[in-house]
Design a binder for this molecule. Structure first.
Ligand code: BDR
Ligand code: CA
Length: 326
């Protein structure tokens, strides 16, 4: 990660959101300036409390957590207790955190931090894009103030996960996603095409449980329900997709995608069955994706499939130790 960069993580914490935060917090070289929360896996207030729990676990309650949108652009919302548990953390029902969320609304915090340090903020969005769209409304110059935007979302050559064609983060607020993708800032999109190929397994969950630190005990506990869901609804065995942690690792440069062309991407906002679909122009795939003037998004189509092991190492503190010793 570029040392002058400050991450703002916008999330709907959420099991894999919690894993993404812990992945980033495990690297002392990563600077997280703030976390902002949005509806999605749970409501934004619960997501904020879950984020504070995660920060407390690693002694980082100094990082501000700001609450954002509770509904999408059109006033609708769909939460995911079936995937993430009624508490958003796999039904672990942990005690309330000691720290409280900031009183500053999420979109205002994003704009304030971007204005304070132009060119330093990297937005990592791993929930619906409502807060980012709201920040763009507050500050139309935001695309010039922000260094980069990395988004977990979309399904390009892959089926959707909440509808046949749409991925959850985009489907939850297609209007916001369209605003964000059309804003003219540098965007990296990490869709299901990549994240569904990077799994964490039951065997790795057991390794985490046996390792026995507060972080690994917590992650093993929250993964239990997540692996159940993925076994029943996706893979037929106990392993789960590393959606948000993969996006986090790509954002800070830890994972180098194997295939990531820059192409035009837009979002379907109509009311038909394709609502929330990310439409990427991948027609150049047989010609090596030649440069296109209308291209607006770097889309991660393939990674090497080894991220689950890397995530486990990081959660066990092994990768950080190896780096520190190097
Ligand atoms: C995305 O939706 C949420 O359930 C996950 O946290 C992830 O951000 C995957 O579609
Ligand atoms: Ca998420």
């Amino acid at each position: 990660m570029a040392s002058e960069e400050t991450l703002i993580v916008d999330c709907d914490t959420g099991i894999d959101d919690a894993l993404a935060l812990l992945y980033l917090l495990g690297d002392p070289g990563v600077r997280i300036g703030a976390v902002t929360t949005v509806f999605g896996n749970t409501d934004p207030e619960t997501a904020a409390l879950n984020t504070l729990r995660v920060l407390e676990l690693v002694g980082r309650s100094d990082i501000p957590v700001a609450i954002g949108a509770s509904h999408g652009w059109r006033g609708t919302r769909h939460l995911a207790p079936d995937v993430h548990g009624a508490d958003g953390l796999g039904g672990t029902n942990l005690p309330a955190p000691e720290a409280a969320p900031s009183t500053e609304p999420a979109a205002e915090l994003i704009v304030r931090m971007a204005r304070q340090d132009p060119g330093a903020v990297h937005l990592l969005a791993v929930g619906p894009l409502t807060n980012l769209a709201a920040a763009l409304q507050l500050e139309p110059e935001l695309p010039r103030l922000v260094k980069h935007v990395t988004i977990m979302g979309g399904a390009l050559r892959h089926p959707g996960n909440v509808t046949p064609a749409a991925e959850a983060n985009i489907s939850n607020d297609p209007e916001a996603a369209r605003i964000v993708l059309r804003a003219g800032w540098p965007v990296t999109l990490v869709p299901l095409d990549a994240t569904m190929t990077e799994a964490i397994t039951e065997q790795q969950r057991r390794q985490l449980a046996e390792f026995g630190t507060p972080v690994t005990t917590f992650t093993a506990a929250i993964l239990d329900q997540y692996l159940d869901f993925y076994a029943r609804h996706a893979f037929g065995e106990r392993k789960a997709a590393c959606h948000d942690p993969l996006a986090a690792a790509i954002a800070v440069g830890d994972v180098e995608p194997l295939l990531a062309p820059v192409v035009p991407v837009d979002v379907e906002t109509g009311d038909g069955p394709a609502r929330g679909t990310t439409v990427a122009d991948l027609r150049g795939q047989y010609r090596g994706f030649p440069a296109d003037e209308g291209a607006n998004v770097r889309v991660v189509l393939r990674t090497d499939g080894t991220f689950g092991a890397r995530l486990v190492d990081r959660l066990c503190g092994r990768e950080a130790v190896a780096r520190g010793a190097a």
